[in-house]
Design a protein around this ligand. Structure first.
Ligand SMILES: Cc1ncc(COP(=O)(O)O)c(C=O)c1O
Length: 468
């Protein structure tokens, strides 16, 4: 049946017809059925998505941080169209221009930032980048055990799920391989050690050092000076864990411990990379040079699956990481490479502008959130780094996590029943965190100040709707 909508666009199926097909033919194993009745949207542009009735939704989720430059970015689109017309397909077995050029661009960007020569290996998605980083570390260190954080999310493929903290991601399947040794994230609002951030003197890092120093803790053999662990997988700002920003000195302290005990440092920038926090990589804020960086998502601004890892030369040079160590049919796909090259070029050409603007817009957004925190008792805390922002939903005591409120607010935003300047609209929010009570705000880095005002107004309406 043809559905003709308010906007005079026609769609071959109504939203309900699509849901019927989905319920009969689609596996429920992905995340669409986190919602009992899937929400359907039909278009996107800039900071907005649109439903079949052309109601617009301010998107503060951006395909889980995959479209940092906003939807339908013209430059990236034109590059992809050009690639479709020139070399749309080529086996990953062969070299072509943009594969080499994108690797060079990322390699030179890191050389400039960290004064480290490295190389790039591509794969299809962020989880596969985690898998490849695991193989790279195991290949180099001959250690199969890794550290990761409580609240970590490094993907859901079999190996990556062992680095992702939540047991729910493994419970139905049993254990795949060597599960990470999970240690507490510097989540200062809810410090797992009951410390206060301004007086703790990095208690959590000292705790880890104590574990290493204890010859019977299982982490280290002082006689052979050998750690049982190859690397620590780190999200410099924890993404799915709730956009938690560690105190600025934290990673320098952690790195000292890892260096002292011979453990490598992997920065997972899949979600926080590509200027989400106002820098190419979020680890840059913390003054630490990682041994490996994994990336994905916004590399192509959502136009084709592509992810990868950069590693220091000593880990990835051809004598230690020769041909065939990893591969996937689509790992070097030309559409993704061309999109990635254009995204990197846009950021490179406007580096100073993005750094300045994202920091300023982030501050402006955070000030708006602080106003809401004062106004609503059910906002426990707000925080952010650049345009990676967070709101913790709590009971009226301002501390007890309220996952139900967080869920309701998110769902209400998807329904498109809010109003801004007299016009019907909605808002797309994501939720995450250790207690499922945190709204993670992921606007495009191109968001305007007017759109930030709109966001604050809509979030205000949502908290007001659900206040007692
Ligand atoms: C930090 C981080 N690492 C890895 C992944 C996995 O990426 P993908 O979903 O592309 O497999 C994600 C996805 O959300 C992520 O946020």
């Amino acid at each position: 049946m043809i559905q003709i909508c308010n906007n005079n666009k026609t769609y071959a199926q109504t939203d309900d017809e699509l849901r019927e097909i989905d319920s009969e033919w689609c596996s429920y194993g992905d995340t669409i059925h986190y919602d009992e009745v899937p929400f359907v949207y039909r278009d996107c542009e800039g900071s907005f998505m649109y439903d079949a009735n052309d109601v617009k939704y301010l998107d503060l989720q951006m395909w889980f941080a995959s479209c940092n430059l906003g939807y339908k970015n013209k430059r990236v689109r034109d590059a992809v169209v050009d690639q479709l017309d020139t070399l749309p397909q080529i086996s990953s077995r062969f070299l072509y221009d943009y594969k080499a050029l994108l690797s060079e661009k990322i390699g030179k960007a890191n050389l400039k930032r960290f004064n480290e020569k490295g190389r790039v290996q591509f794969n299809v998605g962020g989880s596969q980048a985690t898998e490849d980083a695991l193989k790279l570390i195991r290949n180099y260190t001959h250690k199969n055990r890794m550290f990761a954080f409580f609240g970590a999310y490094h993907g859901r493929t079999a190996g990556a799920a062992c680095m992702t903290a939540g047991y729910r991601y493994r419970e139905p399947f049993g254990h795949f391989s060597d599960e990470a040794h999970f240690v507490p994230y510097p989540y200062c609002f809810r410090c797992p050690y009951g410390q206060k951030c301004d007086s703790c003197d990095f208690f959590c890092v000292k705790q880890l050092r104590r574990e290493f120093e204890d010859g019977c803790s299982g982490l280290y053999n002082p006689k052979t000076k050998s750690s049982a662990y190859g690397a620590f997988f780190v999200e410099p700002v924890q993404g799915s864990g709730g956009y938690i920003v560690p105190p600025m000195g934290y990673f320098k302290e952690l790195k000292k411990v890892l260096d002292d005990f011979g453990v490598l440092f992997v920065a997972d920038e899949v979600q926080m990379g590509f200027y989400r926090t106002g820098k190419l990589w979020s680890i840059e804020h913390f003054g630490v040079t990682p041994d490996v960086i994994t990336f994905g998502k916004s590399l192509t601004n959502g136009l084709n699956p592509l992810a990868g890892m950069w590693a220091k030369e000593k880990l990835i040079n051809p004598s230690v990481w020769p041909a065939g160590r990893t591969h996937s049919t689509y790992c070097n796909n030309p559409i993704g490479m061309r999109a990635g090259y254009e995204v990197m070029s846009i950021f490179e050409e406007n580096e100073e502008k993005f750094e300045k603007e994202i920091a300023e817009k982030g501050k402006y957004f955070l000030n708006g959130l602080k106003y809401l925190e004062k106004k609503h008792k059910t906002i426990g805390t707000v925080d952010g780094l650049g345009l990676a922002l967070r709101i913790e939903c709590t009971k009226e005591d301002g501390y007890t996590p309220d996952a139900d409120l967080c869920h309701k607010i998110q769902q209400e935003g998807y329904r498109g029943t809010l109003k801004y300047k007299g016009e019907r609209c909605g808002i797309i929010l994501n939720n995450g965190s250790h207690y499922k009570n945190t709204l993670t705000l992921v606007p495009p880095v191109t968001i305007s100040y007017e759109e930030i005002d709109m966001a604050i107004d809509l979030i205000d309406q949502l908290f007001t709707r659900f206040s007692a």
